[in-house]
Design a binder for this molecule. Sequence first.
Ligand code: ADP
Length: 437
Amino acid sequence: MSESARKLLVGLVLFLAVGAVVGWLYGEPALGLLVAALAALAWQVSRLLFFERALRTGNFEQFRLGEGVWEQLFSRFRFERERAARRKKDYRRLLREIRKSTNAMPDGAVILDANNEIIACNRAAKELAGLRRKKDRGQRVDNILRDPELTRLLHSGDHKLTVEMMSPVRDGEWLDCRVVPYGADQKLLLLRDVTERIRLSKMRRDFVANASHELRSPLTVINGYLDSLSDDDSVPAAWEKPVAQMRRQAARMRQILSEMLELSRLESAGAEKSDEPVDIPALLESCKQAFEGHTRIADVRIDAQSTAELRANKAEMETVVVNLLSNAIRYTPQDGSITMTWRSDKEGADLIVADTGEGIDPEYVPRLTERFFRVDKGRGRADGGIGLGLAIVKHVLARHDAELIVTSELGRGSEFRCRFPADRVVVEPPVPLAGGT
Ligand code: ADP
């Protein structure tokens, strides 16, 4: 017990005792005690009311000095109040600093709650996407930024996914959007200006497409002359070999150009594509038949485990299968085997091309889909590999929301698995039983 509390109690007891003694002198000790108790109560209540008024008005002058319990209470109270005010000031300063630094960031940052409603955003979010810090607070971000790609990003729950969308406020500018989890049930939507990158990649695409296109005409002329030369009996015999070699290389150039054109077509084609339910086992069969004329190739088998169809662009899927199958054939010896599998489950579907061929060093697997990447450049050139096939496959799959998963072991074979999401898989409704009621 503190000194002042002890003093209060002793004083109160003494006061009541004095009241009782005075009452006793008048022959009424109980009345004396009661009067003393009421007086003590009135005093304490008056202090309480003063204290309450001091709290209300902020004027504590009355409690400045003194040793009593009320003065002690007040000093404690004043100390805590000043400490809280100091802390509040520190927090305000910190908040100002944080806001200043987020506002200085060139990237837009938007804090969203679990329902994608805006909690706060920085200045760059306003400049890049037109979001207003105060007015848009509490609004769903996909109601303000209406872009199907952004909606897909917000609903995907994939924190590594990035999508690109046009800036709604700056003409011709592009934003790269990404969502990262933040705090409890909150998300941070990050917006980055990638106009320059998009412009450069468009320039590169256009250049490749134009160059490939322009090279096609002279190549056709060269090819025509080479064909005539090889059919011409008056050409000296010494020229036969060089002409044949030139024809092979010209054919290879034609192939390179057509693959480069295909790649740039896929890259510049937007989301608009004609998707239809595709019968994958039938497609695998027709691709297998396309290679049937080739002699001395490994055995190709089809393992159709599912009857589900795939919502896809048929011609593009054919490109995928032909590329994977021709690679498997190229890199698998004649006594090996190649299996093309189609299977589906609740989470999606897999189109797999597996071979028992030479396999790929794990070091190179991540680089396979790079343009012009070949594991063994010398060998690739000798048997016609260009290094664009898997780049094309990857692009087509990306257009179908699918991914390419490659597993391979040197000397044992490779597996190229195309993984499609469930919403691409069209499952036949079960046929109702005849005669059932
Ligand atoms: P290419 O036209 O050279 O086949 P791709 O892009 O299709 O180009 O393949 C890139 C490289 O990946 C190939 O050069 C080859 O080294 C390797 N590769 C692709 N498929 C297979 C496979 N089934 N087995 C072994 N290596 C493969």
